[in-house]
Write a protein that binds this ligand. Sequence first.
Ligand SMILES: [Mg+2]
Length: 459
Amino acid sequence: MSARILVVDDLEANRRLLEAKLTADYYDVLMAQRGEEAVQLAKREKPDLILLDVMMPGGIDGYEACRRLKAQPETRHIPVIILTTLDDRTEKLRGLQAGAEEFLTKPINDVQLLARVKSLLALKVVIDELRAREANGKRLGVIGEELRADPLEQHRVVSGNVLVVDDNASQIKRIQAALGVEHRVSVLNGEAATAPPDLAVVSVTAKSFDGFRVIARMRSGEPTRHLPILAVVDADDHKRALRALELGAHDIISRPIDEDEIVARARTLMRRKRYIDALRSRLDHSIELAITDQLTNLYNRRFLDAQLTPLVQRAQCGGEPVALMAVDIDFFKRCNDTYGHDVGDAVLREFAVRLASNVRPSDFACRLGGEEFVVLMPRTGGDIACMAAERLRRHICSAPFSAQGAPHPIEITVSIGVACTDGAEDTPEALLKRADEALYEAKRSGRNRVIGRAAGRAA
Ligand SMILES: [Mg+2]
């Protein structure tokens, strides 16, 4: 997977070294030498990952740059790896507390660098996909404005369920003491949990079970697939650390466990999980599924309602009018009764194709259910809408339907009621009601016809 990585370091030699390592692995590299420049560049270029040096004389340091990156909505979701020459506990904690996802010590171990980069990029792909789908939902009006608040901001302080998988009693005690302040901690000895927690701390140095197997099983099991995993490894055991990351652990921590460090790492992992969960739950089913009628692939009622309200409001405030066609297949019940429901469904699908291919690209063809359809026509007055409806009516009865499974082609006709917005008092409900009344009148006066209705009273 290729990606763009922003490298920030005040020393040219360091920048060139990282650039060489990363381009050798086919990543695109952007470079900055000062903190302020990095923040601006990240905002403009939206890299997929940032490698950030801590010590940068003249201007803000790496911690401050990280805080600023994590404070603005445009760059908050971009993972940051802090780089420092000091393998020092306080430095490490400062980096994590500034919101950095990871921390690497110079001279940088190539294998570890690339493992971290890969692991963070894999996560970002998930976040990007969810963000894109959410943006799409907002554009289509399916996700409302009130949901725009950034979930990463909303969930800055989070508490959750932590599952500890370990067999070392004193280590378990240490983890419980550190994480028990903010989270509910439970302990398990070697088997994957049944109820999905928010974070798992898994020891890969345990004697009584294989921690790698636990990680692999959690990663592949459906309820735990998205669970963040923090692997506990021996200090300087790069081989096992890499193995844990490769198997799907999101982060590693060295023994003996530093309590402040595990608190900071748990916070970052938990916050990220909540962020992804929040995005996911908003997109419960995909947007497409939410707004599409499954039988015909036309838009559904939910989509119509989401579109209609703002359009009518705009028309009320002196904007352009909105027209609606209420469309109903004549004697559809008889068709169902005579040929069966499978043929009925085939007729509906064929009808939908004719309907969709007969409206303008700016119109929305929706199925409300059964044989009831609505065409929403933005920026359209009643006269134009009636002409369009008449064209549609003729198109439907011009040739019989070749409905799959039917013994012979079936003659289908359609009745259409048309209504258009009128005046500052109009509402989506009133508009739909007028279109329905016009449709009823078309049915009553013999079917296979179009009736137009102005606001308030019959035209
Ligand atoms: Mg430096």
